[in-house]
Design a protein around this ligand. Sequence first.
Ligand code: URA
Length: 257
Amino acid sequence: MDSSRRALFLREMGLSPVWRLRGEDSAPGMPASEQPRIATGRIAAEVSAQVSAQPEVAQVPALMQDDRNARIMRMEWAELTAAVATCQACPLAKTRTNTVFGVGDQQADWLIIGEAPGAEEDARGEPFVGQAGRLLDNMFASVGLRRGDNVYIANVLKCRPPGNRNPNTSEVAQCAPHLQRQIDLIRPKLIIAMGRFAVQALLETDATIASLRGKLHRYQGVPLIVSYHPAYLLRSLTEKAKAWEDLCFARRTMAGL
Ligand code: URA
């Protein structure tokens, strides 16, 4: 990317003129002394108590649940896409306009995982197309990444929680097999989990983003980097520089894989 475009993106992110993408050596990131923390998770059937308590409507018997999960784990892309599009496993099916399956290169090295669709995503059926998505695209561009180009973007939840409320445990549990199968099919080299819900679901931890970022985690053996959610960055301008550091760390990590 030429330097004027990069400058434009950095300005858009509120990072210009302080942050410039330079050589790998000088990019901010993890101190050499910091040992990678290995956290191997499976998408948590139960997310932490921090997840808002909502009425648990779908009570599916455990055996049927196992059967459903096993079926999803055998699906190829077309079947999985159709399964999500017609999913009725939780009450979000009744309030959604569209399911938001995920978008991008199905063999991508980079997998970005967000939380759940918002209003624009629900209307258009594509993840991160609202204001937070535009910031995400600019953040990608600032480190030479582009949506769909060796990048896949998905959410933990495929349906919008009404009014953008927090996802609840039951919704995450019902939707988790879909994301799990996407990860299995893509086999990314690196996952970036953005925001508390994605991180909690993948790493099964209640730890804060601040305490988890800058370290290399693992999800079922796949290196995973934690960063702030773009919607949070829109509200908290000072954290944008940290998200930029996270992307630089991710780039360096990818280069070493
Ligand atoms: N926030 C998310 O986590 N995902 C989207 O797709 C949009 C907003």
